[in-house]
Design a protein around this ligand. Structure first.
Ligand SMILES: C[S@@+](CC[C@H](N)C(=O)[O-])C[C@H]1O[C@@H](n2cnc3c(N)ncnc32)[C@H](O)[C@@H]1O
Length: 251
């Protein structure tokens, strides 16, 4: 196939678009980096969300020898995806000598990574989705088309995901924390607008993970006397008991 008009606007935009797609991995990997570095909590320290430069953020999270320029690149990348807001100050930049120093605060998206009073955030979800076992499976996605008999995760890791998580305590705990971080705010919002649990006496949450959803439903609906968290044994073993739940110790 020959393309005669390589300078046509739509060919130029198509080439830019495919380059962006080809490099898209830099976005979740940058997100993973700021979670590992705990940048959101560093900016939010004390609830102020005062814009900070990369060097000021590093003073809160890292020892000497860290590289503010590399952090700034990551922050700028994620600013373009709405995680941070960039503020150009009147002070000159000690990093690159430019007239304005760049500072960063959290947007609403960025705030989802801040650890709340219950120790929860969306940060563990980001880590869970980029753990080594999953990262090993992604390059095998095309094999799901060519040979769908074995899923990519199994090909990469030798066993299905939940078997793998169950055997690795750290991964099991990360999965539980990731689910709690996502489900607690979701469930709060859902319970504000949904009253379908009225009149229910026995409730089974299939795949209930740490039991957060069940706990929140039981708290709002004391009429639900038996709440059963039906999950894998190693997951239920880590799930805290729900006070007042008549189903214990049978969940
Ligand atoms: C995506 S998580 C859902 C978490 C939970 N419903 C929430 O909203 O926080 C899926 C859950 O299904 C559980 N699960 C996977 N296979 C299962 C099985 N065979 N029997 C019971 N639970 C299982 C996992 O351990 C995990 O907790």
């Amino acid at each position: 196939m020959a393309f005669n008009d390589e300078s046509a606007e739509k060919r130029k935009s198509a080439r830019l678009a495919i380059l962006e797609l080809a490099n898209m991995i830099s976005v979740p990997m940058s997100l993973n980096a700021v979670v590992r570095l705990n940048v959101a909590d560093a900016i939010w320290q004390g609830g102020s969300n005062t814009p900070l430069s990369a060097s000021q953020i590093l003073q809160r999270i890292a020892s000497t020898g860290s590289d503010p320029e590399n952090l700034q690149r990551i922050l700028r990348m994620l600013t373009s995806y709405g995680v941070f807001e960039e503020h150009l100050t009147n002070e000159s930049s000690p990093l690159d000598g430019s007239a304005s120093e760049r500072k960063y605060s959290l947007t609403e998206i960025g705030k989802t990574l801040v650890t709340d009073a219950e120790g929860l955030s969306y940060a563990p979800y980001v880590l869970q989705h980029h753990q080594d076992a999953l990262m090993k499976a992604w390059p095998l996605v095309h094999e799901a088309v060519l040979d769908p008999t074995t899923e990519a995760f199994v090909k990469a890791n030798g066993e299905p995901a939940y078997d793998y998580y169950g055997k690795q305590e750290e991964m099991n705990e990360l999965m539980l924390k990731a689910m709690s971080g996502v489900s607690v705010p979701f469930m709060k919002a859902m319970l504000d607008g949904y009253d379908g649990f009225k009149g229910v006496e026995r409730l089974v949450d299939v795949g209930g993970s740490a039991g957060d959803c069940l706990r929140m439903i039981l708290k709002k609906y004391p009429g639900v006397r038996h709440g059963i968290n039906f999950d894998l044994p190693e997951v239920v073993a880590k799930a805290p008991n729900i006070p007042g739940n008549a189903a214990y110790p049978f969940s």
